[in-house]
Design a protein around this ligand. Structure first.
Ligand SMILES: Nc1nc2c(ncn2[C@@H]2O[C@H](COP(=O)(O)OP(=O)(O)OP(=O)(O)O)[C@@H](O)[C@H]2O)c(=O)[nH]1
Length: 395
């Protein structure tokens, strides 16, 4: 699941680590050279002003490492000035050791840490942006992720609290969780607390796995002790009754249907009446796989809203549709406010773009992932878990 995206996030982590290591290389060699002369340095009276300066900038609170850190900083601080007189050699060391961050970088390195400068991030961030867009992450979502990563890495590193690898991981983790978990609520809790029967209406275009998801959710609810009835509000498409009927038979559930061409709102209404009369907990109402561009079909949805007043409207789309799924989610939500999304076929999606983007773009959470064709192939969507998996070592 989402393997392409995993690889790309991992590349970003490697890019930043590499860049940070390169930037620290000069400091490392300076540090190594200096360690061998560290004791001699203690006796030297030269560059005492530099020593004091380096300590005050780079090493605030680490007693035991003070001398090593300051020594590293000192060497680095000395290098440019001595190089400046050697006109031809000046370029080499200037690249990595000039600028206000140098002392800090060197001091941090001496204590086993690396500071990320804004320049270090420029190329990796650009690569990350391209990777996210290639993975079908929606533009505004990609930008939000980049902003958070940059903010976290530049701001926090200066505190010298962690290594580059840890820092990149935390920055990506926070950025992804931020966009993925928009609007999250506990579906099970919502079901448990609501007055019964609860009516859930499913919307989305044809063929994305809507009918299968209704059957899966019916099973999911049964596993948690809730009975359900299916109501086929897809009166538009020939064969829709038979399709849902088949699932109902397989799962031994009651199904309410009307003739093809009938009023979808009336079918779902009958489902609610049946549930009330028979003490059924949940009504699962299918709707026609409408094109979001079809006014007629959209007005059917509005009528269902008016007549049945569903407790929840869930938008269903397939992860493999990428940006198209994101766009449809937005348009469906505009036409008839959704409460959340079921994202199907996550098991066969490498890009992960829809999973990353839909909640941020609609302001409504992804509640479930479809992970296969079986009735038990539905998983509650857990943003933290997904991000851990995306950033996990098992790539
Ligand atoms: N791999 C995989 N296949 C799925 C998943 N969910 C549904 N499918 C398959 O996708 C195909 C379409 O699913 P349907 O439930 O018929 O889709 P629908 O949206 O109801 O389609 P219409 O009834 O034609 O509007 C079926 O072959 C399902 O088995 C999933 O999570 N993973």
């Amino acid at each position: 699941m989402f393997d392409g995206l995993k690889d790309k996030l991992n590349s970003f982590r490697e890019d930043v680590e590499e860049t940070a290591e390169e930037a620290a290389d000069a400091d490392e060699s300076a540090d190594d050279a200096d360690e061998s002369t560290a004791s001699a340095d203690a006796d030297e009276s030269t560059a005492s002003a530099d020593d004091a300066d380096a300590e005050s900038v780079a090493v605030d609170d680490d007693d035991s490492d003070d001398s090593a850190a300051a020594a590293a900083a000192e060497t680095d601080a000395e290098t440019p000035s001595s190089d400046e007189s050697d006109s031809d050699d000046a370029d080499d060391s200037d690249d990595s050791s000039s600028g206000p961050g140098t002392l800090k970088r060197a001091a941090a390195f001496a204590t086993g840490k690396v500071i990320i400068e804004e320049d270090d991030l420029e190329d990796p961030l650009w690569e990350l942006e391209m990777a996210l867009l290639e993975s079908d992450v929606e533009m505004s979502v990609a930008e939000q992720i980049l902003d958070t990563v940059e903010e976290t890495m530049i701001g926090e590193t200066r505190k010298q609290v962690e290594t580059t690898g840890e820092l990149v991981e935390r920055a990506l983790h926070d950025a992804l969780v931020d966009v993925i978990s928009v609007g999250q609520f506990d579906f099970d809790e919502r079901i448990a607390e609501a007055d019964k029967p609860i009516t859930i209406v499913f919307t989305g275009v044809n063929g994305v796995g809507k009918t299968t998801s209704i059957a899966k959710l019916s099973e999911y609810l049964a596993d948690r002790g809730y009975s359900s009835v299916m109501a086929n509000g897809d009166t538009y498409r020939a064969g829709a009754n038979e399709q849902l009927q088949q699932h109902a038979e397989n799962l031994d559930r009651k199904i309410i249907t009307h003739e093809q061409g009938g009023d979808p709102a009336a079918v779902i209404y009958d489902g609610v009446e049946y549930a009330e009369a028979n003490d059924v907990d949940v009504v699962l109402g299918d709707t026609a796989g409408r094109l979001h561009t079809s006014d007629d079909l959209m007005s059917q949805l509005e009528k269902i809203d008016r007549v049945v007043d569903p407790d929840m409207t869930l938008f269903v789309d397939e992860a493999v549709a990428g940006q198209d799924a994101v766009m449809r989610a937005q348009e469906f939500n505009d036409a008839a406010a959704i409460d959340g999304t079921i994202l199907t076929k996550a098991d066969v999606d490498a890009s992960g773009g829809a999973a990353i983007s839909i909640a941020y773009v609609t302001g409504k959470p992804i509640l479930f992932l479809g992970t296969g064709q079986g009735y038990d192939h539905i998983e509650p969507f857990e943003p933290e878990e997904l991000v851990d998996q995306l950033l996990g070592a098992d790539q």
